[in-house]
Design a protein around this ligand. Structure first.
Ligand code: DX5
Ligand code: ZN
Length: 220
């Protein structure tokens, strides 16, 4: 039975008590910490950026899993890596063309990071085909990016299944991550289709039984 990786999204944390909330999820068994960076341009919300990442990145022992929902990822990728991003996941839709997607992946690798590529719900998963050999992670959005607390979009399951089949058939090393509306029930569906990493925000932060919830997601 594969143990899943759980990546709490700090978008749902109490920013008045960010250090406390990060310590809580780390103590509760989270191995990754998910940073949802939003620029108010690529997505209709603004969250936080480099100064917050710099402050937090080395204050815990979880993997810094940074999801940049921003325009012009090519311009900012290097600074995010240098600020502490270990996985840096950008959006296919934020790039002008496939050449730029490859350029961002290369910049991430040249700066010692692991490269992730994310697609929105309406984007065909097959646009990722040509990037598999270069990617360390693929992030399937199961909500429209921009806000926590939304409902899971079930069409994400077919994308996860497709990715699992291709990665296994070709023996690629790329992880599959899902983000949006994850709880115990939707986590199980994603696990049944082959996901590796679960991002969860509102299901984890501010909950008394966060340890049990994280354990439940790991064993979904
Ligand atoms: C959307 C965000 C959310 C967040 C998770 O842009 O990326 O998906 O991480 O939020 P929940 O788990 O509350 O859906
Ligand atoms: Zn995210």
């Amino acid at each position: 039975m594969k143990k899943l990786i759980v990546a709490p999204s700090i978008l749902s944390a109490d920013f008045n008590y960010l250090k406390r909330d990060i310590e809580t999820v780390e103590k509760a068994g989270a191995e990754w910490l998910h940073f949802d960076v939003m620029d108010g341009h690529f997505v209709p919300n603004i969250s936080f950026g480099i100064p917050v990442l710099k402050c937090i990145a080395h204050s815990h022992n979880m993997v810094n899993d940074v999801h940049i929902m921003i325009s012009e990822p090519l311009k900012y990728a290097e600074e995010f890596i240098k600020s502490g991003a270990e996985y840096l996941t950008f959006h296919y839709e934020a790039c002008k063309n496939d050449k730029e997607v490859k350029q961002v992946i290369d910049i991430i690798h040249q700066n010692g990071g692991k490269a992730g590529l994310s697609i929105k719900p309406k984007t065909d998963v097959k646009v990722l085909d040509k990037f598999f050999p270069d990617l360390d992670l693929i992030l399937v959005m199961s909500v429209e990016p921009g806000f926590g607390g939304q409902s899971f979009m079930y069409e994400a399951l077919a994308k996860i299944k497709y990715l699992r089949d291709v990665i296994d058939a070709k023996d690629y090393h790329c992880l599959i991550e899902v983000d949006g509306g994850i709880n115990q029930d939707t986590a199980k569906l994603c696990a049944d289709n082959g996901v590796d990493v679960l991002v969860a925000g509102s299901y984890l932060f501010g909950k008394e039984d966060v340890k049990e919830r994280i354990e439940g997601l790991k064993n979904a």
